[in-house]
Write a protein that binds this ligand. Structure first.
Ligand code: DX5
Length: 227
């Protein structure tokens, strides 16, 4: 099923933003009509880079009224969840590879009134998340190996996006989102949405030195309606 374009939400990742001008960069994205802000939280263990913790989430919370998603690319996410929820994020997405108790963690996130997301690396079988589909708010398909912005979209992700949508619909979760993170740009966005995604992280496609944030977001939206 191809979801109507108007359902597609764009969430710039601040990973590629100019952090010396973060307030302006977030305001530019908000003015450009993005739907969420995505925070790429990296601990230097699950992925090599280190980015930021809950303090950055609090700072961003004070900069925008947009909903905020925290993508925890961290070992022991159980130690981090509450700090990001207390900071005011609207969704916490955990990697299934980082915990022996994904079901319990997703329950805890939901019990605190925050959307609970599950994500998995390109090399992790979708069967790993099957048991938690009834309690997650979204499945996020990593279409790059996590850790860096500006990477190429992994084309095999398209079948994983389709399969994730099928799996959610099969267990009555047509309300849950299929999110995609990594390599979303004007060349890939239409096929990603046609495969069933409705929530897209875009880092380098929004924040780059080629164009303004407004031009970049317009380019992405225009690519959505291109046949
Ligand atoms: C994990 C990060 C990146 C980032 C998106 O590596 O989650 O995927 O948000 O970066 P782009 O959109 O430039 O691939």
């Amino acid at each position: 099923m191809t979801r109507p374009v108007q359902h597609v939400q764009i969430a710039p990742s601040i990973l590629n933003a100019d952090w010396t001008r973060l307030a302006d960069q977030i305001a530019e994205a908000e003015a450009a009509g993005v739907d969420w802000i995505s925070l790429d939280v990296m601990d230097g263990n699950f992925v090599p880079p280190i980015t930021f913790g809950g303090q950055m989430a609090s700072a961003v919370r004070g900069l925008t009224a947009l909903p905020i998603e925290a993508h925890l690319m961290v070992e022991h996410p159980e130690d981090q969840i509450d700090e990001f929820i207390d900071a005011g994020v609207d969704c916490v997405t955990i990697h299934v590879e980082t915990t022996r108790h994904p079901h319990r963690l997703l329950q805890r996130i939901s019990e605190r009134g925050v959307e609970a997301g599950i994500t998995l690396n390109p090399g992790t079988p979708l069967s790993e998340i099957e048991a938690v589909l009834p309690i997650c708010g979204r499945v996020q398909i990593m279409s790059v190996n996590p850790g860096w912005g500006g990477q190429r979209f992994i084309p095999e992700s398209l079948s994983r996006i389709r399969r994730a949508r099928e799996m959610l619909d099969a267990c009555g979760r047509d309300d849950a989102r299929v999110a995609v993170d990594g390599g979303v740009n004007e060349s890939t966005i239409a096929e990603i949405v046609a495969a069933g995604a409705d929530w897209l992280v875009a880092g380098s496609a929004v924040y780059n030195d080629r164009e303004s944030v407004s031009e970049a977001v317009t380019r992405l939206r225009r690519a959505l309606t291109r046949d």
